[in-house]
Design a protein. Structure first.
Length: 294
């Protein structure tokens, strides 16, 4: 029987879902959280037994995945169409892909051909994000080079948009080392178009760079639509399981809306247990965290 009380409760639920950002209403309806995984976290296991590792990843609860690389039109040896179907059969989806190039010269047509082919494949795979996976520190000799890299990212962002993708840059620690008195990471943010380029915040690397993640969000609101959730080992040697290190995840999620957060992915690089046990630990940590709303 539909009572007034039930009707009002249902109406409130619908109203709540109508204001959920970024298309997560269907996720929340299932009382789930949109926890993604960067597949680099299980790189060795994938190399030994791809199928069973992928099944184990999905069984833990990871349905939103990010590829750890692209090679000559394929992802983990599969064409975009093959990988898309493979994941769909598992009940999962590739949401993003890590890739990248160095600082391209003005006349480097080969480098731009790489980006075009890469974006075509990433779009065919059904991804939302294409991510420059790192800072080409070896190519950067001056702040002028950093500005050139920002221009390159703007062009990548234009190409991504034309392919129905979003372009992001994933930070490491070198970008926080001052160059000519400036912080390259800040220079990249300030010289990229917010409508074309977002920044995939690697939480551990921000901390290793000497900063707090939420402080960067407050400094540059709306520029961090994509996060790599990784805890920073207290001894500074790399990552650890979430909640065991230096990253203040509660403070970061408190500014999620200010960041413009749309997607987040766990990335585990070092382990105190097996890789699959580590990513389950991280998944459970986020599922239990009351400050993670979606």
């Amino acid at each position: 029987m539909i009572t007034r009380r039930n009707f009002l409760k249902a109406g409130a639920a619908v109203a709540a879902l109508s204001v959920v950002p970024n298309g997560f209403a269907s996720v929340l309806a299932k009382k789930d959280k949109a926890i993604g995984l960067q597949l680099y976290s299980v790189r060795d296991d994938l190399g030994k037994d791809f199928d069973n590792t992928m099944k184990a990843v999905v069984k833990i609860g990871y349905k939103r995945l990010e590829a750890a690389g692209y090679n000559d039109g394929k992802f983990y040896g599969k064409t975009p169409a093959e990988m898309k179907k493979y994941l769909a059969d598992l009940g999962a989806k590739m949401v993003g892909s890590h890739t990248g190039s160095g600082l391209l010269a003005a006349n480097d047509t080969k480098g731009w051909d790489f980006w075009k082919k890469n974006m075509d494949a990433t779009s065919e795979l059904g991804c939302k994000w294409i991510v420059q996976a790192g800072y080409p520190a070896g190519d950067i000799k001056s702040i002028s080079d950093v500005r050139r890299l920002a221009d390159q990212f703007n062009k990548c962002g234009e190409m991504a948009k034309a392919n129905g993708l979003r372009f992001a840059f994933h930070n490491h620690v070198d970008e926080f080392h001052k160059l000519e008195g400036e912080i390259p990471f800040d220079v990249m943010i300030e010289n990229t178009d917010k409508d074309l380029v977002t920044f995939q915040m690697d939480t551990a690397q921000v901390v290793f760079g000497g900063y707090q993640c939420h402080d960067y969000v407050n400094r540059y609101p709306g520029r961090f639509s994509n996060w790599h959730l990784k805890d920073a080992e207290k001894n500074g040697t790399g990552s650890t399981e979430m909640g065991k290190g230096l990253v203040d995840f509660k403070a970061l999620f408190a500014v999620a809306d200010k960041a413009g957060l749309e997607d987040y992915f766990i990335e585990q690089e070092k382990y105190n247990m097996t890789p699959l046990e580590a990513i389950k630990y991280d998944y459970d940590f986020l599922m239990k965290a009351p400050y993670v709303k979606w």
